[in-house]
Each structure stands twice: as C-alpha cells, then as structure tokens.
Design a binder for this molecule. Structure first.
Ligand SMILES: Nc1ncnc2c1ncn2[C@@H]1O[C@H](COP(=O)(O)OP(=O)(O)OP(=O)(O)O)[C@@H](O)[C@H]1O
Ligand SMILES: [Mg+2]
Length: 265
C-alpha cells in the first residue's frame, strides 16, 4: 500500500513558547481512515495543520511521497483538504457559493467546471439550497458542514478533519458519518466523538502532550479503558454498554461490528 503521509520526529513550538508537538512519528497509508484522539491541548489540531504546511515545525513531513516544502507546498495544498476545528477560520466569502468555489477557481477550473464542483460538493453534504446564503450568518453546525464542502470541491486525495461532528444535530451527524463511509479517500479525523470513531475508523492514534502514546486498532484502543482514562478520555457508549451487558471480550465484539453494514446504518 502507498504511504501518503510520512512524518518523522515532528516538533512544534508556538511563538509564545508553548510546545505543542514533541517528536511525532506517523505513517498513514492510502485509503486509511485514522482517528486522532487525545485530551484537550494534546496537539491534534496542531498536527493536522502540519499536513499541508499551514504550520511548519522541525522534523520531516512527506505528503504523497513529496517533502512538504518550497514548490511542493502549493501542489500538496490542492491534494490535502483540511477542515478546521473552527469554521470561522475557513469561511470568509460573501456567499456559500463563493467559499465553496474558492478552491476550484484557484486551481484554474473553468466557470462551468467550478459550478459543477460547487453543486457536487454541496449535494454531498446535502446543502445545495444554501448556495446563496451568507456563511457568516449560518449556525455553527451549518458552517461546519459548509467548511467540509469547501474542501470537497477540490477533490482532495487526503482529508484532514478537525472535530467534524462537533455541534451537528443527530441527522446531520449521521449524514456526515455516512458520507465518510462513501468517501474512499484517505482520512485523518481529529475528534472527541468516540462513537463516530468506532463506526468510521479502523485505526486510532492517541496523542497526549504532543506525543503519540498509542497507535493501533480502534477495536483495541477504544476498549482499553485504563489507557483512555489515563489520558482524560472515555470509551464510547457502545463499549460501556457491551461491558454492562457482560460481554467478556469487548474488543472482539467491536471488531466484528466495525464495517458491518447494519452497524453503520
Ligand atoms: N495559537 C496558539 N498559540 C499558543 N499556543 C497554542 C496555540 N494554539 C494551540 N496552542 C497550544 O498548543 C497545545 C496544543 O493545542 P491543540 O489545539 O493542537 O490541541 P488539541 O489536541 O487540538 O485540543 P482540543 O481537543 O481542545 O481541540 C495546547 O497546549 C494549546 O494551548
Ligand atoms: Mg483541536
């Protein structure tokens, strides 16, 4: 399988002296859906911002086999779609259409192609009727969904999503999860939504104090209550439920459920 993200010994310190990443090594393969979990302040968002050169720490970051530096950055930015934790950092145009069209226009698409890409991206998140609305006036959850459309319109090869389900109503969240299943591209998802992780991802990376403290199967990490608790996290409700029901090997039950259609829908 092709390695699409290769990070070695990445360290990052914010200008005020806060050390956010403390030697991160990470490899992600094409088509994987990887959850990035960890307590507040662990460095999840900081790590995502390194995937297309918005932040630039010490260490090496290779995306799609190329060093993230110099001339490569522009090209890599077209291939890595980052959805920020705060949608107000993503949306800046007078209309939703303009925000979603921004990427394709920058990539030099024709007017017709831009229109098609915007329509397509908005329909993927089921928000076509929002195209003439002002992003600034949308609710937080609506903004989160439009933020996703602004990167989907660029047909990225890698999606880096920061808290994609936060503040979504149950139906929108469910639609989002369904969309993640449909999108076969590589996904790295920073989140506190453990239930979503158990449905969408097979692999989880636990980040704590700027370091990766666990990297493994979701079925193993999300059932390791001791590990999660020692880093300020909790197993998802499903795992707690299975435990209450007396299931002995929860990791096995979860493994069996992950990927099953009836479990997803
Ligand atoms: N712009 C900034 N300036 C200074 N420090 C920052 C800045 N942004 C983040 N930090 C600090 O860097 C560390 C990592 O923050 P980051 O936002 O990456 O954490 P996170 O894992 O995404 O947390 P959360 O779950 O709350 O989103 C924290 O200690 C945070 O306070
Ligand atoms: Mg964050």
């Amino acid at each position: 399988m092709r390695k699409v993200i290769e990070i070695k010994n990445l360290e990052y310190t914010y200008p005020d002296g806060t050390k956010a990443l403390n030697g991160v090594d990470l490899e992600v393969f094409e088509g994987e859906s990887v959850a990035l979990i960890g307590p507040n302040g662990a460095g999840k968002s900081t790590l995502l911002l390194h995937l297309n050169g918005i932040l630039n720490g010490n260490g090496s970051v290779k995306i799609l086999g190329r060093d993230l530096m110099g001339k490569n950055i522009r090209e890599i930015r077209n291939k890595v779609g980052i959805v920020f934790q705060d949608p107000d950092n993503q949306l800046f145009s007078p209309t939703v259409f303009d925000d979603v069209a921004f990427g394709p226009i920058n990539m030099g698409c024709s007017q017709k192609m831009v229109k098609e890409k915007v329509k397509d991206a908005l329909s993927q998140i089921k928000m076509e009727e929002y195209k003439d609305r002002c992003p600034h006036h949308l609710s937080f959850g609506e903004k989160k969904r439009i933020s996703l459309a602004t990167v989907l319109s660029m047909n990225p090869e890698i999606l880096a999503l920061d808290e994609p389900t936060s503040n979504l109503d149950p139906v929108s969240r469910r639609n989002m999860i369904r969309l993640f299943h449909e999108l076969k591209l590589t996904k790295v998802i920073a989140t506190h939504d453990m239930e979503m992780v158990s449905e969408v991802c097979k692999r989880a990376i636990l980040l704590s104090q700027g370091r990766i403290v666990a990297d493994g199967k979701v079925s193993e990490i999300l059932t390791n209550e001791e590990l999660l608790k020692s880093h300020g996290l909790d197993p998802p409700p499903l795992v707690r439920f299975l435990k209450q029901m007396g299931y002995k090997d929860i990791s096995l039950s979860l493994k069996e459920m992950i990927g099953r259609k009836e479990f997803i829908r």
